[in-house]
Design a protein around this ligand. Sequence first.
Ligand SMILES: *[C@@H]1O[C@H](CO)[C@@H](O)[C@H](O)[C@H]1NC(C)=O
Ligand SMILES: *[C@@H]1O[C@H](CO)[C@@H](O)[C@H](O)[C@H]1NC(C)=O
Ligand SMILES: *[C@@H]1O[C@H](CO)[C@@H](O)[C@H](O)[C@H]1NC(C)=O
Ligand SMILES: *[C@@H]1O[C@H](CO)[C@@H](O)[C@H](O)[C@H]1NC(C)=O
Length: 380
Amino acid sequence: MKPLNITSQAKSKRSDKSWYILSAGLIISVTVIFILDLQFFASTNFIRNTLNGKMLEVLSAADNFTNRFIDTMKHKLIIIDSDIPDSASEQHVTDRFSNHGNCTWPPLNLQGRTPLNRTDIPIEKLDKKYTFMADGHYKPKNCTAYQKIAIVVPYRDRQLQLRIFLNNVIPRIHRQQLEFGIYIVEQTAGSLFNRGMLSNIGFVQAMKDMAYDCVVIHDLDILPEDDRNFYICGDNPIHMATKVEKFKYRVPYHSFAGGISTFSRKQYEDINGFPNQFFGWGGEDDELFARIKRSNYKMTRPFDAHGHCGSVQHSGQRTGNDRMKMLQISRKIWKQDGLTDLEYNLVEKRRKQLYVWVYADINMAKVREKLKKLNSPSRK
Ligand SMILES: *[C@@H]1O[C@H](CO)[C@@H](O)[C@H](O)[C@H]1NC(C)=O
Ligand SMILES: *[C@@H]1O[C@H](CO)[C@@H](O)[C@H](O)[C@H]1NC(C)=O
Ligand SMILES: *[C@@H]1O[C@H](CO)[C@@H](O)[C@H](O)[C@H]1NC(C)=O
Ligand SMILES: *[C@@H]1O[C@H](CO)[C@@H](O)[C@H](O)[C@H]1NC(C)=O
């Protein structure tokens, strides 16, 4: 474990009692604080501009600035500590840096890369551990979060992985000081698994609850190992699962969009969400990547350096599909196949403490019936 917990560094003690050195030190400290302040404001403004403005390419540099920011903070805390008592240091720094009610961004107390916690903890224990969550939702109490995000997880029959997911993902987003809701979108038995359509259902159901800034489509079995891989949205969709354990911590191919990706509400609507027509395993994320390009967005990987994700294996079988054929057809019909023609039966939506359970029935025959019409030669 390599926590970047900055406050823990703040315990360095003044060792020299000489007046001369002390006063010289004081002058140097004041100067350094002044310089670091300038740097700090430069870097946060840069991050804001990068994420809010129109600079498409610069996103990849955000991470660079996050790192420099964290380094800066480390020094800063050590210096500040010589002036104020230990117990007050954290509060002091938060006050200094928080932007009048906005949560500090990037947040303090981030952890670097740490291995996943793969211990299976019963859900009752998780409930007791994460009491800051209610109705599948968390909102920082003392400040306004940088973004409100909906985590949407397509799901079927993986209870062990779900518990491991919750025990790893919740504390991470919590440390990132974001406001978030978790939506576990489960498909009823009957039709083949449809990850794309479940993602669309999760998006719609989350937005019904509140105006989320950002939706994160998240595989249940791919989990970030590093807090510096931020669950946020930018000017373009962001791919977070860039170094996945089961692919030897690399992207398997350049246009890989699977695992974890983030979209602002507008981006998700512009690309018409995922395709609904991909049943069984595979292909829907390749079509997603194509939709992003067709809508003149770019899939970005701003946090690539910290994109390590562990995989939580399961023994279940995956059913292949007709994805090659579907990818051909999707090119023509993508504007009619997605959010715009989403039809499903909501069996249940229940707010548990740690997540909102969305249970939906998808009728494959009916969905494919639509495909015939969309793809008939008489249509253009
Ligand atoms: C990161 O910062 C260094 C120095 O500040 C700079 O040379 C480098 O080009 C930056 N990298 C990116 C991706 O912006
Ligand atoms: C808080 O952040 C938002 C968005 O970045 C900004 O528009 C607003 O001015 C900030 N509020 C304050 C009080 O600084
Ligand atoms: C995993 O999480 C559980 C529950 O919080 C905790 O008791 C346990 O110590 C953790 N294990 C590791 C290896 O961190
Ligand atoms: C946040 O608010 C809680 C009560 O809502 C308070 O106990 C705590 O001290 C506050 N923390 C900070 C850093 O302001």
